[in-house]
Design a protein around this ligand. Structure first.
Ligand code: FES
Length: 583
């Protein structure tokens, strides 16, 4: 018999269950579906774990319960599903007592452990709804958001034969945006990043990592030299062995960054900047999870393939004709060697005596003058980081002044330059080196090559903010981005909001929310994140203006990914999705 402390509750009369075959019972806040199963009675949560269809309307045959909405199948005795995109079903122990059905409603298992296991299922099988449910359950259950981020980082590094790619880069971008987002949007951002990793890894062979060199301690400077040699001859495995050996030898994040950035800038603007950007994101990912968590080796080694296979702009027509900008750069690098004499100046660690280059020169149509201005600024005592920041701003100008008469695909061209320039800037802040300074020059040449994207130049809005209600304006952002090609309007809105004294944190949260509504687009995510990072460093409103314009050019999308997330959110809240539910 049930006692005062028993978790068993009376649910129904046994005769009723046997006569009807199945019925719904409401017991202590639970809605149960009871099924007659031979001599037994089964009690299950009446909400299908996939999307909540009432399971009393399903079919039980030969011990397998089939839901009628998407036909997920469950072992009715254990709740285990045969369809991984659904989930295991909650089943409750039953006792038959004196013609009555009693059900044990004691809590079932550890919900966080279940969500962790399901996150792996979702990543392995590329199941965005499963990933969304897992992340929401983990974050709402009190897990540190870093935990699911780390799970995705390790998964993508281990199971994508091609190595660190777009998926992991998006994952890192969304994680970097977390502090800017409203708290209710953070699980959504993690969902986007994790789903990008799953999609990018789907159908790929796993990576089989290269072991480090035997024998323990190895000179990191030697490994750096060898790494560059192997990248030079496109030997991915040799390059990877150098990276993992450097990690095992105890190289710190600055040494590892230095090694990678040197090879990433031995050739010009490799893979339109993606390799250096991926590298920066890999390093930032390790900052987020902690360099001591054991992932550095596998994450950094996963970059080697990109390094070895990347195309080099020395080989491209655009960088050779009609102006040989590679020759301009090679000459500038010879001067640079004398100017820097093997040393670089960080704006944080040493006194800076010079200014950055003039923006007008960086945006001019004279690449020789641009290169000269960079060398001159460095010779005059400007910190490399300061020069890199000036170049990153000039790259953002190309987006802020991008005219919509260009071909749509040209947005990507301007975007590549900006995200590359941002990565170089962030890299120099982490690990300044004479080699990485070459990336500043590459970015400047790419800005020159993008010059016709600003012909005619779009006007950068300069409102005074008078008579504007900043909050009311910001509320209009969402509706504005429901319409196509509101590029200039979005830039105006952002400029007016800030000019009227609007809170930048709220602006970035609103831009992040608008980004999360859209289907994952690699470049838009990169743009919003790089602009946010630059704004954090400079407070310059040009960056959110550029980000808003880029986002507006790529919105609205179908928003299918957001729908998946909101289904998961509603299920988590216990809302009904199946409107005809009579249970
Ligand atoms: S299979 Fe049950 S709701 Fe989809």
């Amino acid at each position: 018999m049930a006692t005062a402390t028993s978790t068993f509750q009376r649910a129904a009369a046994l005769d009723d269950v046997r006569r009807l075959g199945s019925l719904v019972a409401h017991v202590s806040g639970h809605t149960l579906a009871l099924f007659a199963d031979g001599d037994d009675v089964r009690a299950v949560d009446n909400r299908c774990p996939h999307m909540g269809f009432p399971l009393h309307r399903g079919t039980l045959h030969d011990g397998i319960l089939t839901c009628h909405w998407h036909h997920a199948r469950f072992d009715v005795a254990t709740g285990g599903t045969f369809d991984q995109w659904a989930d295991d079903l909650d089943v409750f122990p039953v006792e038959l007592r004196d013609g009555e059905v009693w059900v044990d409603l004691a809590p079932l298992g550890d919900p966080l452990a279940h969500r962790r296991a399901r996150l792996h299922d979702g990543l392995e099988r590329d199941l965005p709804l499963v990933i969304a449910k897992s992340v929401i359950g983990l974050v709402d259950g009190g897990a540190d958001p870093v935990e699911p981020f780390r799970t995705g980082l390790e998964f993508g590094s281990r199971y994508r034969a091609g190595g660190f790619g777009q998926g992991l880069t998006m994952h890192a971008c969304f994680a970097n945006l977390l502090p800017a987002l409203d708290p209710e949007d953070r699980a959504h951002a993690l969902h986007h990043g994790l789903s990008a990793v799953a999609m990018d890894s789907a159908g790929m062979a796993p990576r089989f990592p290269v072991r480090p060199l035997p024998g323990g301690e190895t000179d990191v400077a030697v490994l750096k030299r060898w790494f560059r040699q192997f990248v030079e001859v496109r030997d991915a495995e040799g390059a990877e062995r150098c990276v993992v050996s450097a990690v095992r030898a105890g190289a710190d994040d600055r040494q590892l960054a230095d090694m990678l950035f040197a090879a990433a800038t031995d050739h010009r603007y490799i893979r339109t900047g993606h390799v250096l950007d991926f590298t920066n994101k890999a390093l930032e990912s390790l900052d987020l999870v902690g360099w001591d968590c054991g992932l550095a080796e596998i994450v950094l080694a996963s970059l080697a393939t990109e390094y070895a296979e990347a195309d080099r702009m020395e080989e491209s027509n655009a960088w050779r004709h009609p102006v040989d900008v590679v020759a301009i750069l090679e000459h500038a690098f010879e001067e640079l060697a004398a100017v820097l004499s093997g040393h670089v100046r960080s704006s944080e660690t040493s006194s800076e005596t010079g200014m950055g280059p003039e923006e007008a020169v960086l945006l001019s149509d004279d690449p020789q003058a641009t290169a000269d201005s960079l060398v001159e600024a460095l010779r005059d005592g400007a910190a490399e980081e300061t020069v890199a920041a000036a170049v990153a701003r000039a790259a953002a100008v190309r987006i802020a002044r991008f005219h919509t008469s260009n071909e749509f695909g040209d947005w990507d061209t301007a975007l590549h330059t900006f995200t590359f320039a941002n990565a170089v800037h962030q890299g120099l802040r982490r690990s300044p080196s004479p080699e990485l300074v070459r990336g500043v020059f590459d970015a400047a040449m790419s800005i020159y090559l993008d010059r016709f994207l600003n012909v005619p130049p779009a006007r950068i809005p300069q409102p005074d903010g008078a008579g504007v209600d900043a909050e009311e304006l910001l509320e209009g952002l969402s509706a504005l981005l429901d319409r196509q090609q509101q590029v200039n309007e979005a830039g105006e809105l952002v400029a007016s909001y800030l000019a009227a004294g609007g809170e930048p944190r709220r602006l970035h949260a609103a831009l992040g929310k608008a980004l999360l509504r859209e289907d994952r687009d690699f470049h838009t995510i990169q743009c919003v994140e790089a602009a946010y990072r630059q704004y954090e460093l400079t407070g310059d409103r040009l960056f959110p203006i550029a980000a808003a314009r880029y986002l507006a050019a790529h919105a609205p999308t179908v928003r299918a990914q957001g729908q998946t997330y909101h289904i998961a959110r509603r299920l988590h809240r216990g809302e009904r999705l199946y409107e005809d539910d009579a249970a």
